[in-house]
Design a protein around this ligand. Sequence first.
Ligand code: TRP
Length: 450
Amino acid sequence: MTEKRNNDAFSSNFGMIAAAIGSAIGLGNLWRFPYLVGQNGGAAFIIVYLIITLLICTPILLAEMVIGRRGGGSPRDAYIKVTGCKGWGAAGILGMLTCFMIMSFYVVVGGWTIRYLVMSIAPGFHRGAVLDSGAIFGGFVSSSFSPIIYSLIFILLTIGIINLGVQKGIEKTSKLMMPLLFVLIVLIGIRSVTLPGAQAGLHYLFKPDFSQFTFDSLLAALGQSFFSLSLGACMMVTYGSYTPRTSNLAKNAAIITVSDTFFALLAGCAIMPAVFAFGINPSEGAGLVFVTLPQIFTQMPLGGLCAILFFVTLFLAAISSSVSLFEVMTATIMDVGKTRRRTASSICAAILLFTGSICSLSQGALRSITIGGKNIFDQFDYVSSNILMTLGGLLAVLCVGWVIKKKIFIDEITDGGNIPVSKPLASALFFVIKYLAPIVIITTAISSIF
Ligand code: TRP
């Protein structure tokens, strides 16, 4: 505990924002968002996504921050301290388990990004070597050995940052990587929108087609907003506890949401115009970035360079998110097991290597094992995104809205009156946290069962 108390804090407000944006921007923005837009009616999906993100999910993000900064320590500690009830510690443990589950498939995809980065740098990539990209991707992910090695490399890189601690590891790398990510995605976007025939992609993104938008799309938009903002898994509870007292939490929540959403839109602008310019069906699904894009890169001018830039972007986005997931697990194990950072992170890495390998093998050798019609990889994704994160988000808003109450909430977001937050805004945020968010979460959860 002593080590944690002494070292674990961000050195500045900017450090906190960079780390949180690092967590938010990830595979969710570059890999999931574009294909969900493709499958759910383009701009129709984007509009609904924006509304949900702004109105519902930003206040939930704020609720998590309040719990973390008010309580301090690991998520379990924080929940117990703010509620004064030991039972609430379970919400912190649930967050850790959710992170474990997300990480189990996240490290597999992280490993794929390293493999593709290596492939894009190797000679021959841009000369048509991956024209049969579907078969190459399928062959790689279904093999037993090499995807696990790449996942292991991804885990080791993550743990390297975690072991450096909050300031020297998480904060420093985030401050470097976040600006770089924006520059890279803008560069790729410029190449993409200047391809002949690119306008069709922009139309598709920004012209709503509500006929494609169904009730399932609404659920997908809420789920994506949760996933992209890293909600419901105690990420912000953990980072909140490292946040300086002088930070304006409501403003930070807005900055984080806007940056994450802006990046998702930039990713859409980098990917969709190129997809349309080459006449490919945009609703390709999960294979979009690993199958469709490599094919496009091999055919377009400057494609070799774009491929490298793209996979560097994907890798940086993935690792900064993976660091935040890993930190929730490490902080909780440090607290529960009273261990040092290195011991805790090694325990996490060992478990992850095991669960990650199972997820990886479920794409090949263990494909025949299915739970509820899904392989293990998909089931981990489904259960964590659709059940555990939703439950975690619900617990966070119930905790702030119904247990710790408005006075403490306002005290925390204004730092006891030192930070000016207008009364109507504070009340509106609290109203969403207390009533609207729980209602939306519970209604969507119930309706997704039927
Ligand atoms: N937000 C990340 C992404 O978009 C994923 C992620 C990172 C995450 N940390 C999380 C999701 C914590 C839930 C909880 O890729």
